[in-house]
Design a protein around this ligand. Structure first.
Ligand code: ZN
Length: 618
């Protein structure tokens, strides 16, 4: 990973940033033995399950599986990229770092785009508040009519875009260049020459990053006109799939309530916040993505509740959300998963109307009673059919099974299938058979192509016990190696030769090996950070095991290494046995050779087993 900051500077910042001190600034730490413990900042808990190890400078939460080094902690808690986390800590430690290697869209160019957005934001806001034109007055009365008068425009920094090149002229006078305005998507150049404002006669809603800096805009047409809503296009600062409108203002309420409410538009967000419901955010014209869910779960630890409008558009949005159901949502997927719920507002109301007519408390009750998304989806599908006829029930079954298909292997799906049998007056076994036969749709999977979650993958549940423990041993050994580089160097062969049972594990082994080859003196924190730079979800895995009794670690490593070695041998033995039975071997001599090899291998395995790990339970 190319970085604008040198490795030396990163190292300097790391040395000046004690993980215990930095986490201690944010949460109460308790010392237990050599380690410190705190309640995890990334999920809601009452008893501390997050451990900080001052000697390795690594932290790990045994509740939610998060973990990493000091940079990873800052990235998560401050929503920053790696380089920005380094800068953040450099500033804290008052270390001057050189930002070199400015290629592509460098951080300084991005900072420039943020300046364009900030200047645009201020310009629009001033136009709304003090604009003398008729159009500006119309914008003000439009907002007031929607209940967004008084302090609302100031608090949400709403604006008005007059268009007619007024923004382009303003930004030019401030020294911004045309290509900067185009890159920030506040100006467009249709024929490559004349520069125009992108937003024209619209009420403007600045879209902020979680730190509250403006990175894009949404504009609503005043009165009639199409498109009704216009958002900035994707820019180097703005990616729709991981930005939520209002998150900068909602994040504290999300932490305190544990819940995030997802609505459809900016005005819904503002209406809810103004009525006192401050944990509401909106996606920007897309369905909720897995990136959104991750972003939300940094703040809300328990539930995400979709609030769908009762109208047709709201119901289409609900259907889109159902596509989000996948195996990550089943309880088997692990304790750290946030629960996705949904509710439709009654009587075709939108959130703003609802709080205006029935009050915030009634909305809160609705949110509290929201059903899990799967149950919500099943009910929606059932409601679309006439369940009084046998044909209707058969069609309903087929329709509902599509919702369950992506998770059909889970216990949860089976539970739902049994309930469904009751509702459709069918035999349980028939419904279960139908569930078994249904084809999952093409996998909905926005996971980065990096890593499966370290623990608790839904399919893990299906694995035989032996296979699960094998994978557990692999994880534990990789975690041990990352935290004890000196011991890892003693087992380079294991890193190279082990037949890892998960692709992820072999990737991590290779990555650790490469880091140690480049720098045999790399510290645990450096290793975790370097691996994570390549595989973003590695940090949780590599910090997941504890090796408190330092004297014993070498023995544990030896035990795990032997365990994997014996496992690999048993696997080759099984392969050779299969070969013996296969009709491909016709030659008796060859059969004899394979047979002898089998016998030898069997002896070796038996000897290794006998000598293996007496009195050790890693
Ligand atoms: Zn946690």
């Amino acid at each position: 990973m190319r970085m604008a900051i040198s490795d030396e500077d990163i190292q300097k910042v790391r040395e000046a940033s004690d993980i215990v001190a930095i986490m201690g600034e944010r949460t109460v730490l308790r010392q237990r033995g050599r380690d410190f413990w705190c309640c995890c900042p990334f999920h809601n808990e009452k008893t501390p399950s997050c451990k900080i190890d001052p000697s390795t400078q690594l932290w790990h939460c045994f509740g939610c599986g998060e973990g990493g080094d000091v940079f990873g902690f800052i990235m998560k808690s401050e929503d920053l990229s790696f380089p920005d986390a380094v800068r953040y800590l450099a500033e804290r430690a008052q270390i001057d770092i050189k930002d070199s290697g400015r290629s592509g869209m460098s951080t300084s160019a991005k900072a420039r785009l943020r300046e364009v957005c900030a200047a645009t934001d201020d310009f629009y806001h001033a136009q709304l508040m003090r604009g003398k034109s008729n159009d500006a007055a119309q914008a003000r009365s439009y907002l007031a009519a929607r209940g967004f008068g008084g302090t609302v425009p100031k608090k949400w920094h709403l604006g008005f875009a007059p268009g007619r090149q007024s923004l382009v002229r303003h930004l030019s006078s401030k020294g911004f260049k045309p290509d900067e305005m185009i890159a920030a998507n506040v100006a467009v150049s249709r024929d490559g020459s004349r520069l125009n404002d992108r937003f024209y006669n619209r009420v403007m809603f600045p879209i902020n990053n979680p730190q509250g800096e403006c990175i894009a805009f949404g504009g609503r047409v005043i009165g009639e006109g199409e498109p009704k809503y216009l958002n900035s296009q994707e820019t180097p600062l703005f990616h729709k799939s991981n930005v939520l409108y209002g998150l900068d203002k909602a994040k504290n309420a999300m932490v305190s309530t544990g819940t995030a409410i997802i609505v459809e538009g900016y005005t819904d967000v503002i209406a809810l916040h103004e009525s006192g419901i401050q944990n509401a955010v909106a996606t920007l014209g897309t369905a909720l993505t897995l990136q959104h869910v991750r972003l939300i779960s940094r703040h809300a630890s328990k539930r995400i509740v979709y609030l769908f409008d009762g109208d047709a558009a709201g119901q289409r949005a609900a259907d889109r959300a159902l596509a989000f159901i996948n195996e990550e949502m089943t309880p088997e997927a692990g304790k750290a998963r946030i629960e996705l719920c949904a509710v439709t507002l009654p009587d075709d109301l939108d959130p703003a109307d609802f709080v205006a007519k029935r009050g915030a408390d009634e909305l809160k009750t609705l949110v509290d009673n929201a059903k899990p998304l799967i149950a919500y989806g099943i009910d929606r599908r059932l409601a679309a059919h006439d369940l009084s006829s046998a044909e209707g029930r058969t069609r309903a079954l087929a329709d509902v099974l599509v919702v369950l298909a992506p998770i059909k292997k889970s216990m949860l799906a089976k539970d739902y299938a049994i309930q469904l049998a009751g509702k459709l007056m069918m035999r349980e076994q028939d419904v279960l058979d139908a569930l078994e036969a249904v084809q999952p749709p093409r996998a909905y999977d926005q996971r980065e192509e990096d890593m499966p979650a370290p623990q608790g993958l839904a399919f893990d549940v299906q694995l035989p016990e032996a296979e699960r423990s094998r994978r557990k041993f692999e994880r534990r050994l990789l975690s041990l190696f990352a935290q004890n580089p000196v011991i890892a160097l003693e087992h380079v062969e294991t890193l190279v030769q082990t037949q890892w049972h998960e692709l992820t594990h072999s990737q991590l082994a290779e990555c650790i090996l490469r880091i140690l080859e480049e720098n045999p003196a790399a510290s645990p924190a450096t290793i975790v950070s370097a691996v994570t730079a390549q595989y973003p979800r590695a940090a949780g895995l590599l910090t997941s095991s504890s090796f408190d009794d330092a004297g014993n670690v070498r023995d544990i490593a030896r035990f795990l290494v032997e365990e994997l070695e014996i496992g690999d041998m048993e696997q080759s033995l099984a392969a050779m046995n299969a070969q013996l039975k296969s009709p491909e071997i016709v030659d008796d001599d060859e059969r004899d050779i394979v047979f002898q090899a089998c016998v030898e291998l069997q002896k070796t395995i038996a000897a290794k087993r006998a000598a293996h790990g007496v009195g050790l339970t890693p």
